[in-house]
Design a binder for this molecule. Structure first.
Ligand SMILES: C[S@@+](CC[C@H](N)C(=O)[O-])C[C@H]1O[C@@H](n2cnc3c(N)ncnc32)[C@H](O)[C@@H]1O
Length: 388
């Protein structure tokens, strides 16, 4: 999961956590996953070899280890969280762990001023949609050398919807006054069974709970693909994404001058496929982009209402209006999806609505949700962009 520019850092530091550890018992499998991701993004080993690479907000540094293994000319990491800095230092202290050792800058990215550019700039799961963070996104772009690549993560409001609904359930279960460990235990009991339905999960339930449903800066992460193209589209062309959802059947000979239109084409593909971000278990044919635009708006509306609900809950204000607003917003999503039969989505949303409005809710009850429990979106969408 993403964090945002400052809110998450404060939260991580307050609780002394770094909930972004990857399961790395088998290093080769970790490298395989990273190689698969970068391959989808067009960042093959040859791109990295001999390049000047910058990774901003690397967390544990586990992902950077794969980049280091590809023998870049240099690798710079910018990470201000002391727990993460300790993890990175420990990781690279293992003799022979990587052929290239990174230069670790322990400042915030805001304070980072290298006075030079990089061939490849990577920033995963950090920047969100606030004006400040969109400014930092542009700063990332300015650090990319001519013909260089930028790798970032985005979040679609449709992909994030299932976890936004888990946030809504969290406010019915969480006692903000209770010790952090007790709150973690309750929410792990509620969502552990949901997470255990995901076969390729690489994070622990505890880390997921800390980084998602308990994370107070969660709603700041909604940096969408259209927003990125709005910020960077004048200087960058989209190269790839993971998941890869965009096809391009245009004849390359037609792609000269203004007709190249890589970004507008990519956006059209995005609109036709947006419904496929709702459930990682399902792939449906492309859909009417107008319906999907409505879906995007309705899903965004749900996250706005649940965000409001969060603020009301933790400020201990009456929550009836934000609860009703959440229910109404979810119903709109449900109505939009009604033409997509045999997906189980309607049953999942119905179960959510019933559970969410039950007078007394327990973690066990949430853990037992049968239709909703397995619903997780394609939440994080990686994007690579080429400086043009
Ligand atoms: C969710 S973690 C992502 C870590 C890693 N990129 C990954 O995908 O696993 C977000 C990271 O952003 C870092 N971060 C937060 N504020 C930052 C800032 N102002 N400058 C640079 N990094 C920051 C956090 O310390 C944390 O390591």
């Amino acid at each position: 999961m993403h964090t945002t520019a400052s809110g998450h850092l404060d939260y991580y530091k307050r609780h002394g956590i770094n909930p972004v550890r990857y399961e790395m018992g088998n290093l080769q499998r970790h490298f395989d996953r990273r190689a698969a991701l970068y391959r989808m993004l067009g960042v093959t080993p040859l791109v990295v070899r001999g390049s000047r690479v910058l990774e901003v907000a690397p967390g544990t540094g586990q992902n950077s280890l794969y980049v280091a293994s590809l023998r870049p000319a240099e690798l710079t990491l910018v990470e201000p969280n002391p727990v993460a800095v300790r993890d990175i230092t420990t990781l690279y202290a293992t003799p022979g762990i990587a052929p290239v050792l990174p230069q670790l800058i322990t400042s915030t990215f805001q304070d980072f001023d290298p006075g030079r550019d990089f061939d490849l700039v990577i920033c995963e799961n950090w920047l969100g949609n606030s004006a400040h963070e969109r400014g930092l996104l542009r700063k990332l772009g300015r650090l990319v050398a001519e013909d260089g690549l930028l790798v970032i993560t985005t979040v679609s409001p449709v992909g994030i919807l299932p976890n936004v609904l888990r946030k809504a359930l969290t406010y019915r279960l969480d006692d903000i006054e209770a010790p952090f460990a007790d709150r973690t235990a309750v929410l792990s009991e509620a969502f552990g069974p949901h997470l255990r339905t995901i076969p390729a999960m690489t994070r622990t339930v505890t880390d997921w709970v800390h980084d998602n449903v308990m994370n107070p800066a969660y709603f700041g992460i909604r940096l969408t693909i259209p927003m990125v193209i709005e910020e960077l589209g004048h200087g960058f062309d989209v190269l790839g994404s993971s998941p890869r959802f965009a096809a391009d059947w245009r004849w390359f000979k037609a792609l000269a001058g203004d007709a190249r239109e890589f970004n507008p084409h990519f956006l059209r593909e995005y609109r036709g496929e947006l419904h496929n971000f709702l459930d990682y278990r399902t792939i449906l044919p492309a859909r009417d982009p107008v319906r999907n635009r409505e879906l995007e708006t309705a899903a965004w509306e749900v996250s706005e209402r649940v965000h409001e609900l969060e603020q009301d809950t933790y400020a201990d204000r009456p929550t009836r209006s934000s609860t009703t607003a959440t229910v109404d917003a979810v119903r709109k999503v449900r109505a939009n999806l009604s033409d997509l039969t045999a997906t189980g989505w309607t049953a999942a949303l119905d179960e959510f609505l019933i559970t969410f409005t039950e007078p007394t809710l327990t973690a066990t009850r949430v853990g037992e949700m049968r239709d909703f429990g397995g619903l997780f979106g394609r939440e994080t969408v990686y994007l690579s962009l080429e400086r043009c």
